[in-house]
Design a protein around this ligand. Sequence first.
Ligand SMILES: *Cc1c(COP(=O)(O)O)cnc(C)c1O
Length: 370
Amino acid sequence: MDIRYQLKPRAARRQKPFLPDGPLPFGQLRTDHMFLMDYVDGRWIDPRIVPYGPLALAPGAVALHYAQEIFEGAKAFLHEDGEIHAFRIDKNAARLNRSGAGVLIPPIPEDDQVQAILSLLDVDRLWAPHQEGASLYIRPFVFGTQDSLGVKPSSRYTFCVFLSPSGPYYPAGFREPVKLLVTRRFHRAAPGGTGAFKTGGNYAASLMAGHVAHEHGASQVLFLDVTDTYIEEAGAMNHFHVTRAGELLIPTFTETILRSITSESVLELGERHLGVRVRQDRIPVEQFLDDVRSGAITEAGGFGTAAVVSAVGSYVFDDATELRVGDGHIGPHTRKVYEALTGIQRGKRPAPEGWLFLAKRVESTARPGE
Ligand SMILES: *Cc1c(COP(=O)(O)O)cnc(C)c1O
């Protein structure tokens, strides 16, 4: 793919390494540039890196009305060697295309997606934050742009990638376990629906659940399947728990659960790297809660790119009663998994072959206009 560069004037770009001294927010800041590519007449055309800024969009664009949109979330890290390494973005590229297949958005070759991300990381490399726990959050997304009110797939799309220099997802850091609301009032996904696709509409549909969770002092709902029998996942994290026998369980991926790359990484690392057996199974919610009560389950939490690993300290119910997990603090297995994953991401531990993608330095003279 031949990327066209239309960069900001040198003087208007970040000139020095990004050394924030205060806490960095998550997802608020932007870098100087973004990647864009359009789908017109059945082809992806004009891949380009341009200044970050507003997009021109017809008010009748399909995505604005019928939510034909898919997105991804990944992270890149500044290592001690001064280079930027993106974590498993080939998996994100494959998943973007699976999500696209679910809502009739045309695929983008995975190699082109990876090249788009790495090229943007190279151009904006000075934005990689030098800060413990910080990263460059990567947001690729595709949306239908055809100006048409018929309910049908758009004939045109835009693929965009931008970057957000971010601190840890939870301002309190990994020290504060979260609370989840267990309720039968809301469901995130239904069989035959879009739960396994990373599409914006799923998130619009989860906002009220998140709002009610907050009213209960919880950070999100722990969603159950539509029969209220099995644990599925939280808003933007897969769920997991650890048994007293020392096994980590993740609900089996179904068509109503988003296949988390963080979960897949934990499954691939397994006992050899994590010191705990890892497997998937259907998790009946009543049995789960009984086991938390009896102490047979000692730890629980969530997996997702943003927070990497979140510990669940307690579950809260509609009647405001609460159930603590273990002693309510972060358990040893949860901590071990967090340290293994973040260690690999930050280059402090050896990464399995192919998990890190180096943003190669391209001589700036190789970019027209520089
Ligand atoms: C993105 C997402 C996750 C986490 O997936 P990762 O690949 O680990 O970031 C979990 N659940 C839902 C619903 C998601 O959208």
